[in-house]
Design a protein around this ligand. Structure first.
Ligand code: GLU
Length: 499
């Protein structure tokens, strides 16, 4: 690597929720920056005011913070290269567009929207480029005095890039190798709009230059824009400072057919946003730990070559390398995402999970009175939880009596002997609190005495306490609930079971 300081940027447009592909782009930028002791910059590309969505910028910042990949420089943290919102840099861009006009690499275009519409209708495959530009209303086609008059009269106009004819432009992509484009396929992109705002193309080049960006990583969908940017880097005389580029592989639909879209999430029932956006739940609300989400995202298009799957953010920073990013699209697999989450829930200490579990339970109206009790329960059941939201199903019965019982599993086989057994067992529990081990011994001895198979009374006992056929060892549950609550649940369930 050159000795230029590593400075990378995540440059989203604040147009809505942050799709997981966007977070992966941010993550790869972050990992690379941290690995090389560089800077990770958030630049808000809000030049298209018509697509601007209130709240989207804050949402992006919140998502990055939730993932633990907060930027070093951003509209809210500042740095030496601000402002970090392109709309606030508006006055900066015109000079570069004008310089390009002066140097003959760009031109003023006065065509109205209606005129362009007409051309699009009348000319098949109309492209504002070398083939047609001479017959349109711009400073290349019109005589100089007319152009001067139009400018003097403040006629609305844009500045367009003059894309050369019959040339090839190429660059070396870190992931894809040499990529070449024919300029005849590229239209004369607008660089500066009539309202004085730059377009994405001009702004991204100017800002990558001014912010001294060393590497630019972005989604593969931006590859078609590369020739425009290459010409700009060249024409502005900055070619030597151009960042190294990597276009990240697409994230594909679960069946591998095409790019994962926001609609696929709704259609197939999985989240595509990092966090709730506009009423649509994200990974966070679905019960993902940020550690798991980040780990999962890192593996969409990258692996460390050893088969290791679970990585902490620290490990990812150490092991991340651009060489190991694949060219091929990465298929999205929600089951795999959940697997990562289960692994991460297992890995976390009860203490680390405590607040998150409290939130899940509070959402269901359960108020935690004792942290110590909650911590014990978390340790007992965390291996059974895939999503954080599973903590309600898996732990709710420690805090409230079952609302319903799996009666199909008990009623058909219920006998008076069993009623008798549980009444006797209840009586045994009165007195001192028993440990799980002691309780189990007494339970088994009583079953033997009453000539019942332990299994035949153990399942009903579980359903009495839990409501269903799940959960950890039943005597662990009973010991944690304590004798009073256990007796209480036996009594309550007997009414239903024995009738
Ligand atoms: N503003 C573009 C986006 O929304 C940035 C693309 C780039 O990184 O050049 O993703």
């Amino acid at each position: 690597m050159s000795d230029k300081r590593v400075r990378v940027r995540f440059a989203p447009s604040p147009t809505g929720g942050l799709h997981l592909g966007g977070v992966r782009t941010a993550l790869f930028n972050y990992l690379f920056a941290k690995k090389h002791n560089g800077d990770f910059i958030l630049r808000v590309e809000d030049t298209d005011q018509s697509r601007y969505v209130e709240g989207a910028e804050q949402y992006i910042i919140d998502c990055l913070n939730w993932c633990g990949i907060s930027p070093d420089e951003s509209p809210v943290t500042q740095g030496n290269y601000g402002p970090y919102r392109q709309s606030e840099r508006k006055s900066l861009y015109r000079q570069y567009a004008e310089k390009l006009v002066m140097d003959g690499h760009a031109y003023y275009a006065f065509d109205t929207t209606e005129e362009l519409e007409r051309n699009r209708k009348e000319v098949p495959n109309f492209q504002y480029g070398h083939a047609y530009r001479k017959s349109l209303r711009n400073s290349i086609a019109l005589p100089q005095h007319e152009v001067d008059a139009l400018l003097a009269a403040h006629t609305p106009h844009v500045i367009r890039l003059k894309v050369p004819e019959d040339q090839s432009v190429s660059f070396t992509d870190i992931i894809r190798g040499r990529v070449t484009f024919e300029t005849n396929q590229v239209d004369d992109k607008v660089l500066l709009k009539a309202d004085g705002m730059p377009t994405y193309h001009l702004a991204v080049v100017v800002d990558d230059y001014l912010m001294q960006i060393s590497h630019a990583f972005r989604g593969e969908e931006w590859l078609p824009s590369a020739p425009v940017h290459l010409l700009l880097w060249d024409y502005l005389g900055w070619k030597a400072d151009m960042p190294k580029w990597a276009h990240l592989p697409l994230i594909l639909k679960p069946d591998g057919n095409g790019k994962l879209s926001k609609r696929d999430g709704a259609r197939l029932g999985f989240p595509v946003y990092a966090m709730n956006w506009d009423g649509v739940d994200g990974f966070k609300e679905m019960g993902f730990l940020p550690e798991a989400f980040v780990n999962f995202l890192a593996t969409l298009g990258w692996n460390d070559g050893t088969g290791q799957e679970v990585f902490s953010l620290e490990e990812l920073i150490q092991k991340f390398s651009l060489e190991r990013i694949s060219k091929a699209g990465a298929r999205f697999d929600f089951e795999k995402a959940k697997w990562y989450n289960a692994e991460w829930i297992k890995k976390q200490t009860a203490e680390r999970l405590k607040e998150k579990v409290k939130t899940v339970l509070a959402d269901k109206g359960i108020d935690i009175k004792s942290d110590a009790y909650l911590l014990t329960i978390i340790d007992l059941i965390k291996d059974r939880c895939v999503l954080l939201t599973d903590f309600y199903q898996q732990a709710g019965y420690f805090f409230e009596k079952p609302k319903e019982y799996d009666l199909n599993s008990v009623k058909p086989k219920w006998t008076d002997d069993k009623t008798d057994f549980f009444n006797a067992f209840k009586a045994l529990l009165i007195g001192t609190e028993l440990t799980a081990v002691d309780m189990e011994a007494k339970f088994k001895a009583l079953a033997e005495e009453k000539e019942l198979k332990t299994g035949d009374v153990m399942l009903p006992f579980r359903i009495m306490l839990v409501g269903g056929k799940f959960g950890p060892h039943v005597f662990d549950i009973a010991a944690l609930l304590g004798k009073d609550e256990t007796i209480n649940r036996i009594e309550k369930a007997l009414i239903t079971f024995a009738n």
